[in-house]
Design a protein around this ligand. Structure first.
Ligand code: SF4
Length: 113
């Protein structure tokens, strides 16, 4: 691990930040396609109207790949991933996958693009 990476894992007070992935759905955008629940039933459940509801807003790291896959597969980018692990897979030791697109979608959502 590079010094830069070690530095990135510490907050401004020098205390190591625990990587976290926060999951939410944009319920006003959800079209009920069900991809999120299909790939990550531990994390998502559709309500009676078909709208996706998050079951675990801050999942354990073993569920992060499933969360990222759900974000990738959602056809309307309604699965939003934030937190320190949303874009920095290297910090968590996870292999980088196409899931960055999902996190990128969340980033685009925040920026309004
Ligand atoms: S995949 Fe997207 S559109 Fe489909 S239920 Fe999940 S959040 Fe809604």
């Amino acid at each position: 691990m590079t010094n830069e990476k070690v530095h990135d894992m510490h907050d401004k007070d020098g205390i190591q930040a625990t990587p976290a992935l926060l999951v939410e759905t944009a319920e006003d955008r959800c079209v009920g396609a069900g991809q999120c629940e299909l790939v990550a039933p531990e994390l998502f459940a559709q309500d009676d109207d078909g709208v996706s509801r998050v079951r675990i807003a801050e999942p354990e790291p073993e569920l992060w790949p499933a969360a990222r896959e759900a974000a990738d597969l959602c056809p309307v980018q309604a699965v939003l991933l934030t937190g320190t692990a949303a874009t920095d897979t290297a910090a968590t030791g996870e292999a980088a996958t196409g899931t960055a697109a999902g996190a990128g979608g969340a980033e685009r959502e925040r920026r309004g693009g």
